[in-house]
Design a protein around this ligand. Structure first.
Ligand code: SF4
Length: 275
């Protein structure tokens, strides 16, 4: 059993919030380079160059990649051999507040959808917990911008619609909403489970960096269909509208076929650390 100190965890969360907002993951940088090579429209190429230049400036100067520093979505993997004598959710919340304040990151969270006053701490964060083996806590902070979150959709399809129904729903969602989600986007898809489970799978799918072993062909098929839509970088026309597609699925009830599409903008930020 390992004891973890509250202060260390708060500091880790704070540093991950700052890192995620300043430094794009290697995978995302490589995807943007791929987009630059493969974009055929001159304007599209220019826009991707600017996106690349922007993240390089952010990394060099310590300024955020985007003015929308996102809602802090935190994936928490808690080892079963960890001992805590504090409320970990409160500690994560304090870490997010610290990171957003010290990193001069824009607080974008409201007390409620109705009163719409800013909490000024970028909290509450959204925290998803998984209990795992071991004596460590692993945290992934993935700030999610409002523009791309607004472009996301969920449907309870009819089971008879089958795989084609899922593909059609995803492509329709990307066609209708992708242009306003700061493309080139990444598409996270979750299907199966219940209404809340498939939404979480779609969000988790955005963290993937490799092809799914089981659903890789479907990912490639949807990627190609989406890149035939032609809205391109910044929605101003071009070949590369979507950088990648990732799918996670689970079993579902015989009478249901839940599908969620979570769209991520070109500022696909995440940072992982452990304590
Ligand atoms: S959708 Fe992404 S790139 Fe666009 S404003 Fe929001 S965070 Fe920034």
């Amino acid at each position: 059993m390992k004891s973890i100190k509250r202060e260390g965890l708060v500091d880790l969360v704070a540093s991950l919030c700052i890192k995620a907002n300043l430094v794009l993951p290697k995978y995302q940088k490589e995807k943007l380079e791929w987009a630059l090579e493969n974009e055929t429209s001159p304007l599209g190429k220019k826009l991707i160059s600017q996106i690349i230049e922007n993240y390089k400036i952010a990394e060099k100067t310590g300024l955020a990649i985007c003015q929308d520093c996102g809602l802090a979505v935190v994936f928490l993997e808690a080892g079963r051999d960890v001992h805590l004598d504090f409320d970990i959710y409160e500690a994560i919340k304090d870490g997010v507040a610290k990171g957003y304040s010290e990193g001069h990151l824009r607080p974008s969270v409201l007390h409620s959808c109705v009163d719409r006053t800013n909490t000024k701490t970028n909290t509450p964060a959204i925290i998803h917990t998984q209990i795992v083996d071991g004596d460590k806590i692993t945290l992934t902070v993935t700030p999610k911008g409002g523009g791309s979150e607004n472009a996301s959709r969920l449907a309870m399809l009819k089971p008879y619609e089958g795989k084609q129904g899922i593909v059609d729903f995803v492509v329709k969602t990307v066609r209708e909403n992708g242009p306003s989600a700061c493309p080139p986007v990444t598409v996270g898809i979750g299907f199966g489970g219940t209404i809340e489970e498939c939404a979480l799978l779609a969000k988790k799918a955005l963290l993937a960096e490799n092809r799914s072993e089981e659903l890789g062909d479907m990912e490639k098929e949807i990627l190609e269909l989406c890149n035939n839509l032609g809205f391109g970088p910044a929605g101003l026309g071009g070949k590369i509208s979507v950088l990648d597609v990732h799918i996670l699925s689970t079993g579902c009830h015989i009478a249901t076929m839940p599908v969620a599409v979570n769209i991520q903008c070109h500022a696909a930020r995440k940072a992982t650390g452990e304590i």
